[in-house]
Write a protein that binds this ligand. Structure first.
Ligand SMILES: [Zn+2]
Length: 136
């Protein structure tokens, strides 16, 4: 990988269902078989009831902007042409929060609680990642 390229996530055995879902443009997260809590990042047991029986399930992909920051500093050369970009925490309708980027609007349009929905960015032939955009 050239130093000027954005580093890509490397799916492993545990995160494979998440990345396979993203490839299909579906947001797929772990769900507790006992209490139904939706979990992220990849867990070995449920945060709520400690049950270890988890399954992967497609979630709504809808949520709202919980908080965000605007990055102006280039911490990796791959992001040199991307600053300023946002790092956002989105609260999904399922109740959990995920760290992501909001696309499809300017950084100055970002507001806490704005409704968002998932969208997908194909970064390479193998890796697609979910991001969020203003809900229609
Ligand atoms: Zn549970």
């Amino acid at each position: 990988m050239a130093e000027s390229e954005v580093p890509l996530p490397v799916p492993d055995e545990r995160s494979k269902p998440f990345f396979e879902g993203a490839k299909r443009h579906e947001l797929v997260l772990q769900k507790c078989k006992s209490c139904g809590a939706v979990l992220w990042p990849v867990k070995f047991r449920c945060d709520s009831c400690l049950n270890t029986e988890l399954e992967w399930a497609k979630v709504s992909g809808k949520g709202k902007l919980y908080t965000f920051a605007i990055m102006h500093q280039v911490f990796h050369p791959g992001f040199a042409d991307k600053v300023p970009y946002n790092i956002a925490v989105v609260e999904l309708d399922e109740g959990l929060r995920v760290t992501t980027n909001v696309v499809g609007c300017s950084n100055s349009e970002l507001r806490a609680d704005m409704p968002l929905e998932v969208t997908f960015e194909d970064l390479s032939e193998k890796v697609t990642i979910p991001k969020f955009k203003p809900a229609e």
